[in-house]
Ligand binder design. Structure first.
Ligand code: KIV
Length: 277
C-alpha cells in the first residue's frame, strides 16, 4: 500500500495552500499506530512525556535516554506522519558540538525525522549547527516549559510590548536559521496571528488561538486520560480515562465473582488424555 507521507516539504506546502496542519503527541507504539491510522500529519514525541508517562511535575527531569526509548517505540508505529522528537533539557544547552551530537542521536538511534527545541536568540547557534548537520529543526517559542523556573510558572507569554516584540524577533531569527516550522505555546491569539502572517514557515499553536497554521495537543489531554492538570487551551475529545476506570472496575468485579475467565476465554483438553493424568 502506498502511503502519502507527510514530510517537512509538506509543512511548507500546507502553509502555501492554507491547509491547517494537525499534530499530536505520542509516546508509545500502540498510540502511534492509532494516530497514524487516523491520518494525523505529524507525531511529536514531546518531552511532556515526563509528566504524562513518567509522572514528574514538569519536563526538566526528562533525559536523552528517556526520549530515545519512547521515540524508537513511536517510530515503529508511524508510517505516514512526520515524526519529530523533542530535545530534552540540557541536551542542547551546554555546547554546539554536544547539541549536534544529541540531535543526531534522534535521527540515527531514535529513527525520528526531525527534532524540536525550545528557544530563540539564546539557542540560535545550536539551531544553525543542527540544521547544518542536515537535521530538520522545529522551533518552539512562547511558553517554553524547559524555562519554567525562569518564567516562575506556566504563564501566557508575550503579553507586554517588549515581550511581544521579542517573540516576533525570535520567530524571524530562527526562521532565518532554517527551522521548518515553529510551535507557539500560550501566546495571545492576536500576537500569534501577527507572527503567523510575518512568517513563511508554518506556526503550530498550542494555546495560541485559531490563526496559527496548525495545531498540536498532547494525546492524553485530547483523550481525557491525564487528570492532574487541564489547561484552558485543552479540548477533550474523548473520555478514555473514565472508560478505562469503568473497564478496570468491571474486570475486578468479574474476577472477584468468578465470572472471568469464562469457557470462551479458556483452553480445553482431550478428556481421554486428561483421564490418564
Ligand atoms: O512536549 C510537548 O508535548 C510539547 C508540545 C506541547 C508542543 O512541546
Amino acid at each position: 500500500m502506498t502511503v502519502d507521507k507527510f514530510t517537512i516539504q509538506s509543512f511548507k506546502s500546507a502553509k502555501a495552500k492554507r491547509q491547517p496542519i494537525s499534530m499530536l503527541t505520542a509516546y508509545d507504539y500502540t498510540t502511534a499506530t492509532l494516530l497514524d491510522e487516523a491520518g494525523v500529519d505529524s507525531i511529536l514525541v514531546g518531552d511532556s512525556l515526563g509528566m504524562t508517562m513518567l509522572g514528574y511535575d514538569n519536563t526538566l527531569r526528562v533525559t536523552m535516554e528517556d526520549m530515545l526509548h519512547h521515540t524508537r517505540a513511536v517510530a515503529r508505529g508511524t508510517r505516514r506522519a512526520l515524526l519529530i522528537s523533542d530535545m530534552p533539557f540540557l541536551s542542547y544547552h551546554v555546547s554546539v558540538e554536544e547539541s549536534v551530537r544529541n540531535a543526531g542521536r534522534f535521527i540515527q538511534e531514535g529513527m525520528a525525522e526531525a527534532v524540536k527545541l525550545e528557544g530563540g536568540a539564546d539557542v540560535i547557534e545550536k539551531i544553525r549547527a543542527i540544521i547544518k548537520a542536515q537535521i530538520p529543526v522545529l522551533g518552539h517559542l512562547g511558553l517554553t516549559p524547559q524555562s519554567l523556573n525562569m518564567f516562575g510558572g506556566f504563564k501566557v507569554q508575550g503579553k507586554d510590548l517588549e515581550a511581544a516584540r521579542r517573540l516576533i524577533d525570535d520567530a524571524l531569527l530562527i526562521q532565518d536559521a532554517g527551522v521548518f516550522g515553529i510551535v507557539l505555546e500560550c501566546v495571545p491569539d492576536p500576537l500569534a496571528q501577527v507572527i503567523s502572517q510575518k512568517l513563511e514557515v508554518p506556526t503550530i499553536g498550542i494555546g495560541a488561538g485559531p490563526h496559527c497554521d496548525g495545531q498540536v495537543l498532547v494525546i492524553q489531554d485530547l483523550a481525557g486520560m491525564f487528570r492532574k492538570l487541564k489547561p484552558k487551551f485543552v479540548k477533550t475529545y474523548a473520555t478514555l480515562g473514565d472508560n478505562m476506570v469503568a473497564a478496570a472496575k468491571s474486570y475486578i468485579d468479574e474476577v472477584r465473582t468468578g465470572q472471568f475467565p469464562g469457557p470462551e476465554h479458556s483452553f480445553q483438553m482431550d478428556a481421554d488424555l486428561l483421564s490418564k493424568l
